[in-house]
Design a protein around this ligand. Structure first.
Ligand SMILES: Cc1ncc(COP(=O)(O)O)c(C=O)c1O
Length: 385
């Protein structure tokens, strides 16, 4: 079966957050992590069938939905998940916030590595907890982002309770290797930190690398891990608000559920349907998507290297459809405003914890024609400096 990742879909004038941001302006939005592709035909068919029933009462996941996720986790990463460990969530950001509230007291600290997806830094602050950030190091010899272990050790205080990991990492598109995860697990055990592992991008690995769930690093680590997963990024259904927390340790799970009691929304009926069709019936579509994203990645990197002097994609993009571009050599006081003025909407690196003007994030999850036009506009933006 072939799938269409080439046709441009008109999203202007729809409820798309990505496109609404620039309503009425000729700006191609390559910012928020939402792809300009239709979801898989299997998901569309399952949703259509469900909509046709006309039944939208309060919903709970049926066994086939849970099985679809559990089976995929076992087949893809060898992780045997007991369905009792699962807490369904209306979104992963909810999970990050609940984790902060459940496992740290106001004034206590949550460690994370920057640059990082902004809610990793804002979730602690939302409830009076403190976000402690340790920047990655770009290792020039290996051309890889590395954890700065010395800085990490120094950042721990008696008030540090939790570590937020992004695995694979948004925005640096890094897939963590086993030795790195093992070391991180040991670090958390040694400092008695709980480990919250956001694995939303784990089915979007572009290189020939395995996804290693953090909870598979051994019993001691599993017992202190809150893993967050979702079909939303991979299958492009973030608007359906369906995610999962996997918490093997019963007391931690109860604490997490209690933190959300009365405030956490239920997952909606259509979200469960889409989730089941994603994990059970959409593997051919996912493989085709990965092929398309690999092609876009190669095209983007080639274009950046040849046509955008001063823009650097510093390290390999191993996963995700997000490119972290260093634009500091351009010396633009506000690169986002500059690229917007030339018709391209990117994400501002400043929100990810780096100085304003240093980096931008570009979403290449779009038809090649859109990506090509956006890159041509970026080229013109450079010429117009
Ligand atoms: C690492 C990471 N976590 C969470 C989210 C958002 O999750 P949700 O929409 O389920 O709240 C994103 C979205 O880009 C993300 O990149």
């Amino acid at each position: 079966m072939t799938f269409d990742f080439d046709s441009a879909i008109e999203r202007r004038g729809t409820d798309s957050e990505k496109w609404q941001k620039y309503a009425g302006r000729d700006i191609l939005p390559l910012w928020v992590a939402d792809m300009d592709f239709k979801t898989s035909p299997a998901i569309i068919a399952a949703l259509q069938e469900r909509v046709a029933t006309g039944l939208f009462g309060y919903s709970r996941p049926v066994k086939s939905t849970v099985d679809a996720f559990v089976d995929a986790a076992e087949q893809r990463y060898g992780w045997k998940i007991d369905p009792a460990w699962i807490v369904w969530l209306p979104g992963l950001v909810v999970g990050l916030n609940l984790t902060a509230q459940a496992f740290a007291q106001p004034g206590e600290e949550i460690l994370t590595l920057t640059p990082v997806y902004p809610p990793f830094m804002s979730a602690p602050k939302n409830s009076g907890r403190i976000s402690t950030q340790v920047p990655f190091r770009l290792d020039a010899t290996n051309n890889r982002w590395e954890l700065d272990w010395d800085a990490l050790e120094k950042a721990v205080t008696p008030k540090t309770k939790l570590f937020y990991l992004c695995n694979p990492h948004n925005p640096i598109a890094r897939v963590w290797r086993r030795d790195e995860l093992v070391k991180l697990g040991e670090f958390c055990v040694r400092h008695n930190l709980l480990l919250c592992s956001d694995e939303i991008h784990c089915d979007l690995i572009l290189d020939d690398l395995p996804h290693i769930p953090t909870a598979l690093l051994g019993e001691e680590v599993a017992q202190r891990t809150i893993t967050l997963m979702a079909p939303s990024k991979t299958y492009n259904i973030p608007g359906l608000g369906t995610s999962l927390a996997i918490i093997p340790e019963a007391k931690l799970r109860a604490q997490f559920v209690r933190a959300g009691a009365g405030v956490m929304a239920e997952v909606n009926a259509l979200g469960y349907v889409a989730c089941e069709a994603a994990y059970r019936d959409s593997e051919p579509w996912r493989q085709a998507l990965l092929g398309c994203l690999r092609g876009n990645r190669a095209f983007l990197l080639d274009f950046v290297a040849r046509e955008l002097p001063g823009v650097i994609s510093a390290a390999p993009i191993e996963a995700t459809y997000l490119a972290w571009l260093n634009v500091s050599a351009l010396k633009l006081p506000d690169p986002i405003a500059h690229f917007e003025a030339h018709g391209v909407g990117l994400s501002d690196g400043a929100f990810y914890g780096v100085p304003r003007g240093a980096c931008v994030r570009l979403n290449f999850g779009c038809p090649r024609a859109t990506l090509t036009e956006a890159l041509q506009r970026m080229k013109r933006a450079l010429a117009a400096r």
